[in-house]
Design a protein around this ligand. Structure first.
Ligand code: ATP
Ligand code: MG
Length: 208
C-alpha cells in the first residue's frame, strides 16, 4: 500500500483489491483528544461515512462505492483525479470556465444529496473530486447525517458560499435548486437567517 494523503483526521492509502484500484481511508488516533472520546469519534465517523456513502451510491449519486468497512477504516473505489481546490490556475479565463461548470455540477449534486435526506457536514472544494472525464465525485462523508434539518443543509450551502466568489456561487445555487426541487427555498431562507446571526463561526470551531 502506498500512502497518498495525510489529512486532518485520516491517512489515505492507494491499493489494489480484486483487480480494482481502491483507497483505504484509516482514521488515526489524535493525541490531543481524550482516548475514549477519540476512539468513539473515529468509530462513529467511520461507520457514518460507510453507511451514508453506500446509501447514496445505491441511489445513483456519484460517490465512491464502499467495498469493506473496518472499525477505523473504509476501503472504497479510487477516483482517478484531483480535488477541486487543487484545480490549476483558478484565476485564468479558461480555468474559470471549467471551474464554473464544476460549480454548477457541484450544486446539482448537493441538491440531490439534500433531496435524499442527507447533509454532508463538510461540503468544501477539498471534498469534491473531478475525474479525468470531468465528472465530479463527492467524498468525505464522516460528518454527514441522515436528516431533514434545513439548518444542517443550509450550513452545507453556506460553507461553499464562503469558499468561492459570487459568480461561482450563483452558478452553484442555480443548479442546487434544480437538483433539490421545491424545498430548496426553505433551506435558502434558513441560510439567510444563519448569516444574520453568525452561527457559521461557532460551527467551524465545533467541528475542528
Ligand atoms: N475515493 C477516493 N479516491 C481517490 N482519492 C481519494 C478518495 N478519498 C479521498 N481521497 C484523497 O484523500 C484526501 C483526503 O481524503 P478525505 O477528504 O476523505 O479525508 P480527510 O481526513 O478529510 O482529509 P482532509 O483533511 O485532507 O480533507 C482527498 O483530498 C483526496 O485527495
Ligand atoms: Mg476531506
Amino acid at each position: 500500500m502506498r500512502k497518498i494523503s495525510e489529512g486532518a483526521e485520516a491517512v489515505i492509502y492507494a491499493a489494489r483489491m480484486l483487480g480494482r484500484n481502491v483507497i483505504v481511508k484509516e482514521r488515526v488516533a489524535k493525541g490531543y483528544r481524550i482516548k475514549e472520546l477519540d476512539e468513539q469519534l473515529r468509530r462513529q465517523r467511520t461507520k457514518t461515512e460507510a453507511k451514508i456513502q453506500s446509501t447514496l451510491y445505491e441511489k445513483g449519486v456519484r460517490v465512491p462505492g464502499v467495498i469493506l468497512v473496518g472499525k477505523y477504516f473504509v476501503v472504497m473505489e479510487r477516483v482517478q483525479g484531483k480535488t477541486l481546490n487543487r484545480m490549476a490556475g483558478v484565476g485564468k479565463a479558461h480555468d474559470r470556465r471549467s471551474m464554473g461548470m464544476a460549480m454548477a455540477e457541484a450544486g446539482r449534486v448537493l441538491g440531490t444529496i439534500h433531496r435524499l435526506g442527507v447533509s454532508h457536514g463538510d461540503f468544501t472544494t477539498a471534498n469534491i473530486m473531478q475525474d479525468r472525464s470531468g465528472r465530479l465525485w463527492v467524498i468525505d462523508f464522516g460528518l454527514a447525517a441522515f436528516t431533514n434539518s434545513e439548518e444542517e443543509m443550509a450550513l452545507d450551502v453556506l460553507l461553499m458560499k464562503r469558499s468561492v466568489d459570487s459568480g461561482m456561487y450563483e452558478r452553484f445555487i442555480k443548479s442546487y435548486k434544480l437538483g433539490f426541487g421545491g424545498k430548496a427555498s426553505a433551506v435558502l431562507g434558513r441560510l439567510g437567517e444563519i448569516e444574520k446571526r453568525g452561527r457559521y463561526q461557532t460551527r467551524t470551531l465545533d467541528s475542528a
